[in-house]
Design a protein around this ligand. Structure first.
Ligand code: ADP
Length: 303
């Protein structure tokens, strides 16, 4: 079983567990994401985010990750702002996926793999002795390949996590509809909710997986190259969705597509050989980075 399948099955099969959240105010607030950008570059200028639900920040402090003796992530300090989108870029094998999988404790599912350092969800270190199932519910994940539960209908795919969190049967339909509307999928599937989720197109399946993840109201969503298996139109829809969901969650997206990072991310982090080289506002990383290696990478000189 792949780590993706293991995670999805964990979500579907484990018993409800205590929520690792620390008390947090959930009053709506407004904040500004992104700053002005030089007009010569193709970096999306984000409108101020109308936050609908205050999400959590994630802060990595001294994060190291290993596969046996392979040191894949080296001493990373990185903060992901609440209700912001952070893109992780860097050449293949630089540790992007590994770092992201540490955040919801999936990395340790691989035999011989371990992570050290702090992973703070607001102030709570989720790399300590916390309930891992609850962590994964609070920090959801969307994978490269859409992975709807293959035997379940569209409705049941979205309802699966909700049932485990104790949502009453009479409320399920409303919650399923809300999640599908939130994923921009409702109008496309409302007449076939009982049909198999895997009967949808690839792009629809990916939005179904986002709806499934969003349904349990996580604070953070990790996306590991969520569009790399999708065509350009489906990619655009997912990118629009990312702008929408950050009103309610903190988004971390691994992407090998620099244009995608430029389009969706408020801040961008560049990794190389397991290290974080540089992080900053997306337009700065793409137009005026501090580190020469970042400049070489974003201008296509390597990677
Ligand atoms: P990226 O996401 O940037 O392509 P990864 O996080 O997948 O990079 O990989 C980082 C390093 O960890 C690479 O050297 C890779 O070979 C190694 N690695 C990734 N997955 C495994 C694994 N399951 N077992 C052993 N080494 C791995």
């Amino acid at each position: 079983m792949t780590p993706e399948e293991a995670s999805a099955m964990t979500e579907a099969s484990e018993q409800p567990a205590p929520d690792p959240r620390v008390p947090a105010e959930r009053a709506p607030r407004t904040q500004t994401a992104g700053a002005a950008v030089p007009s010569s570059v193709d970096v999306h200028v984000h409108a101020p985010v109308e936050v609908e639900r205050a999400a959590r920040s994630v802060t990595l402090e001294g994060l190291h990750a290993y596969y046996g003796s392979t040191h894949a992530v080296k001493n990373v300090d990185l903060a992901f702002g609440a209700n912001q989108t952070t893109a992780i870029i860097g050449p293949s094998g630089c540790g992007k996926s590994t770092m992201v999988r540490c955040i919801n404790r999936m990395h340790e599912e691989i035999p011989g793999a371990r992570a050290e350092g702090k992973i703070l969800l607001d102030d709570l270190d989720v790399n300590g002795p916390v309930d891992v199932v609850a962590v994964r519910r609070t920090i959801g994940m969307v994978f490269q390949k859409p992975n709807p539960f293959p035997t379940m209908s569209i409705r049941d795919n979205v309802a699966a996590g909700l049932k485990l969190t104790g949502v009453k049967t009479k409320d399920l339909n409303e919650r399923v509809e809300r999640a599908l509307r939130g994923a921009g999928l409702w109008d496309e599937v409302k007449d076939r909710l009982g049909s198999p989720g895997i009967g949808l197109s690839g792009g629809q399946q990916q939005r179904l997986c986002i709806a499934r993840t969003m349904a349990v109201e996580p604070d953070v969503i990790l996306m590991d190259e969520p569009c790399s298996a999708l065509d350009p139109i489906a990619t655009l829809k997912v990118e629009e969705l990312i702008d929408e969901i950050k009103k309610r969650v903190t988004v971390v997206i691994v992407t090998h597509n620099m244009q995608q990072a430029a389009r969706v991310a408020d801040q961008t982090a560049f990794m190389l050989s397991g290290e974080l080289v540089e992080v900053g506002p997306t337009e700065k990383i793409f137009t005026n980075p501090d580190d020469e290696r970042t400049e070489q990478y974003v201008t296509g000189k390597f990677g």
